[in-house]
Design a protein around this ligand. Structure first.
Ligand code: TTP
Ligand code: MG
Ligand code: MG
Length: 422
């Protein structure tokens, strides 16, 4: 795979193909038939997308602030004697097989000399804001994905710099000078490729996948590395003989839809290097949820129900604070062996209140092994949130239900909010 990657040499920024509107339109009209035509299509639609992700973020901040931790296997997370999980670990700790989301107790067994540090979220947020601010020097098209990473669309950028690779390199250097921390970058023609690219040469590295190499890169990419492919989907793909992006090309849209639902269409496009998702500067929040890990596994169904009901109450409160609701309600369970499942239900009317969500719990829980299997984590999320325009009429429709007419007239928000029982 490495052979397919364009290893950066600053003196040779690659030439991006003609990206003019005329050229885009010309290419849009042409019908794609062969691989070489697909390749042409990928190139002609190319944007310049950078994905930047900090290296071992929380752990690196700790090593920066506490010099005695430098060069040490550092694990940021919970208590290894309790049931905490690893949030972040330094690359020194990764050499022992430690990774994020692993139980701290296990991490300690793998790396007995690891130094465990409690997270300092405020400090990480502070650094995060500083890093994000640097991105806006080049473009307003910045889409933060999490505390330590963002997409940047630099197709047209404020510096008038034609080389996305050069921008990525300067940004990595600027981040280092401003924070003392290293970042890795991926540069390509869409979000899917840029994100995968940033992980290829970590830590402190950069990987560029030019448009004319996109198909060859995806062709050899193991499907497990695809966005949206978790353990279960990967197994299913393997059972269908799909091991790499190239294998996906043999399947029609119909076949992939039948096997993977709507995501099948995404796989179909990605295998052809097509990902038109824009970099969304003000990314709209997509879900609101909460989860909890228990000090001791729970198994009693009544206990599960009580805890989930409590989580539902918390989510309803968060929805109320954000003045929204969502069309999809999801229940997440992690069993004692770390197998994690989600069960969801959807309603076009949406879920706003505790009552609406509680009504779905029996159905959702019935589709799990709650009461029969030990559980270490439970979570509730509402996603597919309503935007501002959609919200008002929906909430208005909710009003008459639990209250006598007229009681809350004139104050839509308060009355809708008050309709949520505590
Ligand atoms: P990541 O960017 O996924 O990981 P990382 O920065 O620690 O390491 P790298 O990118 O070099 O592989 O996550 C950024 C931070 O988010 C991470 O430092 C800690 C936090 N985090 C959690 O709290 N829990 C998690 O499960 C993950 C994956 C990350
Ligand atoms: Mg990171
Ligand atoms: Mg990250």
């Amino acid at each position: 795979m490495i052979g397919l990657l364009y290893i950066v040499r600053l003196e040779q920024p690659f030439a991006w193909p003609d990206n003019s509107a005329d050229n885009r339109q010309r290419q849009c009209r042409s019908k794609i038939r062969t691989i070489s035509e697909i390749s042409t299509s990928v190139m002609s639609h190319s944007r310049k997308i950078i994905h930047i992700d900090m290296d071992a973020f929380f752990a690196s901040v700790e090593q920066r602030d506490y010099p005695e931790l430098r060069g040490q296997p550092v694990i940021v997370g919970g208590d290894p004697k309790g049931r905490g999980v690893v949030a972040a670990c330094s690359y020194e700790a990764r050499a022992f097989g430690v990774h994020s989301a692993m139980a701290c107790a296990r991490a300690q067994r793998l790396c007995p000399r690891a130094v465990f540090v409690k997270p300092r979220m405020e400090q990480y947020q502070l650094v995060s804001r500083k890093i994000m601010a640097l991105f806006y020097q080049y473009t307003t098209l910045v889409e933060p994905l999490s505390v330590d990473e963002a997409f940047l669309d630099v197709t047209c950028n404020l510096a008038g710099e034609p080389s996305a690779t050069r921008i990525a390199q300067v940004l990595r250097q600027t981040i280092y000078e401003a924070t003392g921390l290293t970042a890795s970058a991926g540069v390509s023609c869409n979000k899917f490729l840029a994100k995968i690219a940033s992980g290829q040469n970590k830590p402190n590295g950069i990987t560029v996948i030019p448009p004319d190499r996109a198909l060859a890169f995806i062709g050899t990419l193991p499907v497990g590395k695809f966005y949206g492919v978790g353990g279960v989907t990967e197994k299913k793909m393997h059972s269908l003989g799909i091991r790499t992006g190239g294998d996906l090309l043999r399947f029609s849209q119909q076949q992939l839809m039948e096997a993977f639902g709507k995501t099948g269409l995404f796989f179909y496009d990605i295998a052809r290097g097509r990902d038109q998702r824009p970099v969304e500067p003000s990314r709209i929040r997509k879900s609101i949820g909460t989860e909890t890990t228990f000090a001791e596994d729970i198994v009693e169904f009544e206990q599960v129900l009580a805890i989930v009901s409590d989580l539902v109450g918390q989510v309803a409160l968060l929805l109320e604070q954000k003045n929204t609701g969502g069309r999809t309600l999801s229940l997440k369970l992690r069993y004692s062996d770390f197998t994690t499942i989600t069960r969801s239900c959807s309603s076009p009317k949406g879920y706003f209140s505790v009552t609406e969500m509680l009504a779905q719990l029996p159905r959702l829980l019935a589709a799990t092994e709650a009461g029969r299997r030990k559980i270490r984590l439970l979570g509730v999320t509402v996603s597919n949130l309503f935007n501002e325009k959609e919200r008002s009429p929906l909430r208005f429709r909710q009003l008459p239900l639990p209250f006598p007419p007229g009681k809350f007239s004139g104050d839509l928000h308060t009355s809708a909010t008050a309709s949520q029982p505590r």
